[in-house]
Design a protein around this ligand. Structure first.
Ligand code: F6R
Length: 608
């Protein structure tokens, strides 16, 4: 989604803006622009395409001198990606300039009224109404104009605003779209996400809904939409300085896949206090855990896929019934939530619009909520009754890998703790589970190090037109994620099917040479899925199998086989997904695609 950066301080603003926008590239964008105030005029340069074009047009910012500015990477929603629709947007007299992340839902009616009042629009964007509305309400007091706009605009937005009459001020506003403020020694910064400010400061404040930040060179003040002054705390960001660098890897995705052993170890470690299992930072009592009647896991995309696996884990270990819902469905389906149920919202970014709305829906119905979230201080982390942080660190590649792996670990550990508290697991069983969990980082590392075989296979199959992933139980959940990974970065059509379901229709698509990837890590279902492999082989499929070490029988029927080390049946997802992530990655590399920034996708989906 769009990215915002703003700077006011002693430095030249333009290079800081360009640098910050580069750090937000991972969010996905199709155009970019910056506006810098030189004390006399506000000058804008913007263009469709990559940030590199903007750097060239501005000579890396040199052409736009000035110490206060705002920048934007746009992911088009209203109006095609072109220079005119790119942000920043001016009012007609070019005295107010705005960048915006989000969607103004009632922009059409506001636009119609402004046109009636004589305002002329140059772009098709919803953002331009903000610039004109600010102009309409501005009578010398920017805060008053901003508040009036906030009362009028519906939808989600984060805004960065400069008023020509206030050369020493930068304004930032948030409602439902992320925005942070960073306090540096030589100036102050706003941004959609932490990586954009890390080069300048680690002191960051998360702006909340309905809050306005007023930045000068030396100072940052906060107030609410209702004109109440507020004091806000700054958080020290402890991320590794290399978090936003590729560190020699060809792509962020590859780097992040290789970080998985560490991420698994860290996330796992956060669930132990002196060898005692804890759910870190969670206030839910043992009595409340014993009373949970049902768990709803609600999320989008890969985070949802972790829920599909987790259903088996919670039901198996803690004997609590689980429903897994797509957040975009849950929020509108009028769910029947028992008062003793627990809604778990899973999200890497903590800002996904549908997941946030699902959380609100659950809270409105008075049900206890727990967030499994990666981004510290994000909306879901703040708004859920309890939050468990996954310790994946900054994830930049659009296709998630390490955050997904960390989410799985959080599910395993919560299920384990719930199972213990509810008396469904004995201490001995728990210690066996823990032994297996502690082996995962080394096992994942071994799979990553043995990547040549899957790399070789990916090179051969980069030209595939359709790929079908099949599996049963947890293997079906793994297939869902493997299929999503492949399609999102390689643009190959792929589908995940519960292996037993294939013959109810989809098998008609299998023809000579169709690639079928079968996942067989659940021993009790191994033979069943083998039968399904035979069915597709009979129709001409070429089969890649991912199965447990020792299952060599597979070699009689499957064409290409990848073995994963032995672990408990609940944890196989953490291992089997590794070669399948690598497969998607190497197919995408083989096809010459932009692995980290696949077309049409954004890292954080902050609009519905
Ligand atoms: C796929 C991917 C997406 C996200 C989904 C939810 O690789 O990254 O499917 O998993 O958009 O995002 P979060 O976890 O930020 O809520």
């Amino acid at each position: 989604m769009c990215g915002i950066v703003g700077y006011i301080g002693l430095r030249q603003a333009a290079p800081v803006l360009l640098d910050g926008l580069a750090k937000l590239e991972y969010r996905g964008y199709d155009s970019a622009g910056i506006a810098v105030y030189d004390g006399k005029d506000i000058n804008i340069t913007k263009s469709k395409g990559r940030l590199q074009v903007l750097c060239e047009l501005t000579h890396d910012g040199e052409k736009l001198p000035g110490h206060v500015g705002i920048g934007h990477t746009r992911w088009a929603t209203h109006g095609e990606p072109n220079d005119v629709n790119s942000h920043p947007h001016f009012n007609e007299s070019r005295s107010i300039v705005v960048v915006h992340n989000g969607i103004i839902e009632n922009y059409a009616s506001i636009k119609a009224k402004l046109i009636e009042k004589g305002y002329n629009f140059v772009s098709e964007t919803d953002t331009e109404v903000i610039a004109h509305m600010l102009d309409y309400y501005y009578k010398g007091d920017p805060l008053e104009a901003i508040r009036k706009v906030m009362h009028r605009a519906e939808g989600a937005y984060a805004l960065g605003i400069i008023f020509k009459e206030k050369p020493d001020m930068l304004y930032a506003v948030r409602k439902d779209s992320p925005l942070i403020v960073g306090k540096a020694a030589d100036g102050n910064i706003i941004a959609s996400d932490v990586p954009a400010v890390l080069k300048y400061t680690r002191d960051v404040c998360f702006i909340q809904n309905g809050e306005i930040a007023v930045l000068s060179k030396e100072d940052i003040k906060f107030c609410t939409i209702d004109a109440e002054d507020i004091q806000k705390e700054f958080t020290k960001i402890e991320w590794d300085v290399n978090a936003a660098d590729k560190c020699g890897y060809e792509h962020y995705m590859l780097k992040e896949m290789f970080e998985q052993p560490e991420v698994i170890k860290d996330t796992l470690g956060s669930f132990f206090e002196d060898d005692r299992i804890v759910i870190p930072g969670v206030s839910i009592t043992d009595e409340e855990i014993k009373k949970i009647s049902k768990i709803y896991i609600v999320a989008c995309g890969s985070a949802y896929h972790t829920g599909v696996t987790a259903k088996y884990v919670y039901e198996g270990m803690a004997r609590i019934p689980v429903e897994v819902d797509l957040a975009s469905e849950f929020r509108y389906r009028d769910p029947l939530l028992d008062k003793d149920s627990l809604v778990i919202i899973v999200s890497q970014s903590g800002e996904t619009a549908d997941s946030k709305a699902a959380l609100e829906e659950a809270k409105r119905r008075g049900v206890r909520t727990l967030g499994i979230v990666n981004a510290i201080g994000s909306s879901i982390a703040r708004d859920a009754d309890d939050v468990v942080y996954t310790l994946a660190g900054l994830e930049i590649a659009v296709a998630t890998t390490k955050a997904y792996s960390a989410q799985l670990i959080a599910h395993y550990m919560i299920a384990l703790k719930f199972g213990l508290i509810r008396g469904e697991i004995s201490e001995e069983e728990a210690s066996d589970y823990i032994k297996d969990l502690k082996k995962l980082p080394d096992q994942v590392e071994m799979l990553l190090n043995n990547r040549e075989k899957i790399q070789h296979f990916a090179t051969r199959y980069a030209a595939a037109k359709d790929v079908f992933f099949i599996g049963r139980g947890i293997d079906y959940a793994i297939s869902l994620e493997a299929s999503l990974k492949l399609k999102e970065i390689s643009y190959i059509h792929s589908e995940a099917y519960a292996a037993g379901e294939l013959k109810h229709g989809t098998i008609s698509l299998i023809e000579d040479g169709t690639l079928v990837a079968a996942v067989l890590t659940q021993e009790e279902l191994y033979k069943k899925t083998m039968n399904n492999i035979v069915e597709v082989k009979t129709r001409g499929a070429f089969v890649l199998s991912v199965t447990n070490e020792g299952n060599t029988e597979i070699e009689k029927i499957s064409d290409y086989n990848i073995y994963i080390p032995q672990t408990n049946k609940y944890f196989t997802n953490s291992l089997a997904i590794i070669p399948l992530q690598l497969f998607a990655y190497y197919v995408s590399v083989g096809k010459g695609f932009d692995v980290d920034k696949p077309r049409n996708l954004a890292k954080s989906v902050t609009v519905e």
